[in-house]
Design a protein around this ligand. Sequence first.
Ligand code: GAR
Length: 203
Amino acid sequence: MEVESNKQNKITNNHRLAIFASGTGSNAAKIIDYFKNNTHIVIALIVSNKKEAGVLKIAEQNNIPTLIIEKENFFKGNAYVNDLEKHTITFIVLAGFLWKVPQQLINSFPNKIINIHPALLPKYGGKGMYGHFVHQAVIQNKEKQSGITIHFVNEKYDEGKHIFQATCNVNENDTPEILAKKIQLLEHKHFPEQIEKILANTL
Ligand code: GAR
């Protein structure tokens, strides 16, 4: 059931985002910064499954509420839908979140969950394909290009509809660390802008 404040958000076209992140949170930091003076798009909650995740410090510095989630509740409970409703969340951004998203959460936010992946999907996606492992595989396979994919989230890892891709060259001497830096630059440049575009098309 839709809570009253969510109805109000739709009427006024306001967006309240939850960012799910478990890593250092460099993308979350860029997104927070990009929207900090935006009155229609508010980063309302940072969600993490790791108590020690760097992203929680970033949330604290920006006075953004946080929610630490546990596996059992996420997959067998109601996927924290009640907590997200309490914060009147209208849209979810995965920025370095590695758990599969349960069906219940997808049903509660239809076409309102997006993810960023550090490769050109459909290649180099799926379970276990994250961060360093992606870049290592790309280099091992002597790919000439890699990049980023922003996509909607469905019940299968990294298989939702693509929204945006950007590419970079992979040079012969690139290490996974060098490639990671190139990919990070692409992510920081494009992710906040793409979120803004997607929200402009989402009521
Ligand atoms: C990003 O590179 C993101 O693409 C990746 O985790 C990193 C998080 O970095 N996500 C995945 O690999 C998802 N399969 P950050 O914590 O610095 O934003």
